[in-house]
Design a binder for this molecule. Structure first.
Ligand SMILES: [Zn+2]
Length: 259
């Protein structure tokens, strides 16, 4: 969290600033620019720049200006606030509200309005000219053959492969667990071992799960979600759920119906 569903909501909200001119660009926390330009230099570059458009690849929000292309990564708790309104008020792992000390970016515009990045846990990041080639195809528009390519030949656990943003971009812990649970496929199977029928089922379930969670309002709205606690039973078949570390993330899955 936020996964592509939340970042897409940020992108849609940020469309409001397209065409505006940046009056002042503040980046009060140098940490979020790590490895990039210094905050003061970036502020000078962006002053007077016009926001020309927005894009998204996976969990990366891309803001095109006529001075630079800026990539925003939201980590675990990053939220975007546009003209003082938050498209997502609270994230599953983040506290609500937007006090100044969580402010990592604030652009104010000629004629009014602002774009803020609020990130309590500071795992987000601001990048200049982000390298989109490091990211795999976006999960929301992933084709069957792209999924086949992402999994084929891999001995990594299926879930780890799906979380690898260089293979498939945009899905994180919650969407992957919900998708595999709905597809009836085990997260610990070697990714390359899925047969063609299973890859087809996974592809269909991935697309339908993203659509469903988007309609419901977020990555945390899945049917498996209430059972993401120790000792819970599978909401589909009633078997005891397993809780394992897979791909470095806490994973809930049903050994009875996920094979
Ligand atoms: Zn089950």
């Amino acid at each position: 969290v936020p996964e592509l569903i939340e970042v897409e909501a940020y992108r849609v909200a940020a469309e409001a600033v397209v065409g505006r001119t940046i009056e002042a660009a503040e980046h009060p926390d140098p940490w979020v620019l790590r490895g990039g330009p210094d905050p003061a230099g970036l502020a000078v570059d962006l002053q007077g720049a016009v926001v020309e458009g927005l894009g998204r690849r996976g969990k990366l929000l891309v803001v095109e200006t006529d001075a630079a292309t800026i990539g925003l990564r939201f980590g675990m708790t990053g939220r975007l606030v546009v003209d003082g309104r938050a498209p997502i008020e609270q994230l599953l792992y983040g506290p609500p509200g937007a006090p100044e000390r969580w402010l990592r970016l604030r652009w104010t515009f000629v004629g009014g309005g602002s774009l803020d990045l609020v990130d309590p846990r500071r795992l987000g990041r601001i990048e200049v000219d982000p390298d989109l080639d490091r990211l795999g195809p976006d999960a929301a528009s992933l084709t069957l053959s792209q999924l086949r390519d992402a999994l084929g030949g891999s001995v990594a656990p299926l879930k780890a492969r799906l979380l690898d943003q260089s293979r498939v971009a945009g899905i994180g812990n919650l969407i992957v667990d919900e998708t595999l649970w709905r597809a009836g496929i085990s997260p610990v199977r070697p990714a390359g071992d899925l047969d063609d029928g299973e890859v087809r089922v996974l592809h269909r379930r991935l697309r339908s799960t993203i659509s469903m969670l988007t309609a419901r309002g977020g990555s945390h709205t899945g049917d498996l979600q209430p059972a993401r606690i120790r000792g819970a039973a599978c909401p589909r078949c009633g078997a005891p759920l397993r809780r394992d570390e897979v791909g470095g993330r806490t994973t809930f899955w049903c050994p009875a119906h996920q094979r």
